[in-house]
Design a protein. Structure first.
Length: 373
């Protein structure tokens, strides 16, 4: 790159913290660093024109887990671990709302609902039976019952007769959230360079040399906040998981408000004003969807459209406006990876599809780790 003296001096010299990834985690990490060290020079490198992972491509669920997801987690995690996960998600959501304000992110607590297909009779009955147990587990966190049973008043078809309601679930506008975070970063003197792909990094006697597809730079400390793309930078405990989504054009008299889960959370839908967003289906083809490349597949898009027509909006006229995909970071464990990788390199990754809930907290905790080292 043909940088001038002024560009080199202003942008690429004396960098205290270089953060890879300008999503919810990276931006919150940068803001936390500037809060603690206002004079620190912080630069964020983002390979996309916009954040390319899931931060602006997710469904905007302010959630911490449907009952079937929680029961599934209890098979691979201890009760204490599951409670801790949910506690962190609640704390992260509270931090997000406190940092940006409910009006800014259009936070609405319209409750969350879980639907069960006719084929999911056994799971449905297990979830109904274990509501008291799960409520008891979560009582210390929420001080009241989280889950209860409700009638299907929304006109959904081909599902079990009752819905399970989460009284604490909400929804946000992720575009507005990210716009507010970027604005706040700019106001705090945080530089964001878009369209810059980090290819590698090397520890040096002075700190870390960061190698990109366009230039190299030196930073005292490096923080990896790329989540779904973490394996590209050597963090093998994180696997990419692509999520496909579609949204309708505005619908007259939309029959529901809130967030909805189906098939252990592998499908999810919500209203965005008078539109319906519907996503998921990676369980139809796990192997193909374990990718960090954006894209759509017929098998998943066709299934989303089929379920939308037969189950979710069976009596409503609508048109699909657009479809897209986002990249999550998942792994064998649900707990995020927040750790020091080497002397001056840190990471905050593996958000497990819960970026809205825990991204703010993961960013803060990763920053705190780098600040005290």
């Amino acid at each position: 790159m043909n940088f001038s003296f002024w560009e080199t001096d202003s942008w690429f010299s004396n960098i205290d913290y270089c953060i890879i990834g300008s999503g919810i985690t990276g931006l919150n990490c940068a803001l936390r660093i500037k809060e603690a060290q206002p004079e620190a020079k912080v630069i964020i490198l983002e390979k996309g024109l916009l954040p390319e992972g899931a931060s602006t491509k997710n469904a905007g669920f302010a959630c911490f887990g449907s009952i079937s997801e929680i029961l599934e987690d209890l098979k691979t995690h201890s009760k204490e671990e599951v409670v801790k996960l949910i506690e962190k998600r609640k704390e992260g959501l509270e931090l997000l709302r406190k940092n940006l304000g409910d009006d800014t992110i259009d936070y609405q607590q319209n409750k969350g609902y879980e639907l069960f297909t006719e084929a999911d009779k056994d799971l449905y009955e297990e979830c109904l039976e274990r509501i008291p147990e799960v409520n008891g587990l979560l009582k210390p966190i929420f001080s009241q019952n989280v889950f209860e049973v409700a009638d299907n008043e929304f006109g959904f078809k081909q599902i079990q007769p009752k819905l399970i309601v989460n009284n604490f679930e909400g929804q946000i506008d992720t575009g507005r959230m990210m716009t507010a975070l970027v604005k706040r970063a700019s106001e705090n003197g945080i530089r964001i360079l878009n369209g810059v792909k980090v290819t590698s990094f090397i520890e040096t006697s002075k700190g870390v040399e960061v190698v990109t597809d366009q230039f190299k730079l030196e930073s005292d400390k490096l923080i990896i906040a790329t989540n779904g793309f973490a394996s590209r930078l050597g963090i093998q405990e994180v696997k990419p998981a692509r999520a496909q989504v579609l949204v309708t054009k505005p619908i007259k008299n939309i029959p529901f408000k809130g967030t909805f889960h189906l098939d252990k959370g592998y499908y999810y839908f919500r209203n965005i004003g008078d539109r319906v967003l519907f996503g998921g289906g990676r369980n139809l083809d796990f192997k193909t969807e374990e990718t960090d490349e954006a894209g759509l597949t017929d098998v998943i898009q066709n299934k989303l459209k089929e379920l939308l027509k037969t189950c979710i909006l069976p009596n409503t006229e609508y048109e699909i406006q657009q479809s897209w995909s986002g990249i999550m970071g998942v792994g064998e464990q649900k707990k995020p990876i927040i750790k020091e990788l080497s002397k001056n390199v840190y990471c905050g990754v593996r958000l497990g599809g819960m970026g809205i809930a825990i991204g703010s907290l993961v960013g803060k905790e990763t920053a705190d780790l780098a600040l005290k080292s």
